[in-house]
Ligand binder design. Structure first.
Ligand code: PGA
Length: 256
């Protein structure tokens, strides 16, 4: 089974123009020193306001792809403050992060809305990175697997097997995000294995074997090697440790 690993940096609401420039310049330099054949796919997700600048800097660097942190699934219209897929396509955005727990919790995004986004993203030729994850309470109650099955089943509703195979899932236990407390690698591996079983149940084992499933939640240079050694973990979606070029490059190296 060869699934190309992904190391994706989610910059969240960080980095003004000068900061975004410094970070992407540092990443560009670090990546230029690495062997492209051995590298994971490297993805950066700046804020919308930095997309143009980052796109302009990486556009001739095939080792780095661009992601958006969100999108509105409607084609255009009266959606004040929102950004469409056609706008993202101006910057050759390849991936769009959807279903992040911060958006589910702080912006009340429903499973249905996330499903609409996944469909619109795939229809426009981009790839969704569909986040899922349980709260600490759910984990303690022993309902993690059932909860994740529900989130994944609803996110993938109406999507063809061919589109699911291209998609990416990120398992991000909410209690591990930004807390410094990463999920134990073996447990993350087990949980991701369960998510893959859900995809196999909904589609087929062949589809489940193709979809890439990342782990996210306090991934650091000190944890990445053990995480990447797990058979089910196809890479990382990284917040805090992606905000400094040196640590992001260490994460990329940890996935080589
Ligand atoms: P973190 O964030 O690496 O800062 O925990 C991960 C994420 O929310 O994607």
């Amino acid at each position: 089974m060869s699934r190309k690993p992904i190391i994706a940096g989610n910059w969240k609401m960080n980095n003004n123009k000068a900061e975004a420039r410094e970070l992407i310049d540092g990443i560009m330099y670090g990546v230029s020193q690495l062997d492209g054949d051995k590298m994971p796919e490297v993805v950066v997700a700046p804020t919308y306001t930095a997309l143009w600048q980052v796109y302009d800097i990486i556009k001739n660097e095939p080792k780095i792809s661009l992601a958006a942190q969100n999108v509105n699934p409607n084609p255009s219209g009266a959606y004040t403050g929102e950004i469409s897929l056609s706008m993202l396509s101006d910057f050759k955005v390849k991936y769009v992060i959807i279903g992040h727990s911060e958006r589910r919790q702080m912006f009340n995004e429903s499973d249905e809305f996330i499903n609409q986004k996944a469909i619109a993203i795939l229809n426009s030729g981009m790839i969704p990175i569909i986040c899922c994850g349980e709260t600490l309470e759910q984990r303690e109650q022993g309902v993690t697997d059932v909860h994740l099955e529900g989130q994944i089943t609803k996110a993938l509703k109406g999507i063809s097997a061919a589109d699911v195979e291209k998609s990416v899932i990120a398992y991000e236990p909410i209690w591990a995000i930004g807390t410094g407390k990463s999920c134990d690698a073996a447990e993350a591996n087990r949980t991701i294995g369960q998510i893959r079983k859900v995809v196999a149940k909904l589609y087929s084992q062949a589809t489940a074997d193709k979809i890439r499933i990342l782990y996210g939640g306090s991934v650091k240079p000190s944890t990445i090697v053990e995480q990447m050694a797990q058979s089910e973990i196809d890479g990382g979606l990284i917040g805090g440790a992606s905000l400094k070029a040196d640590s992001f490059i260490e994460l990329i190296k940890g996935a080589m």
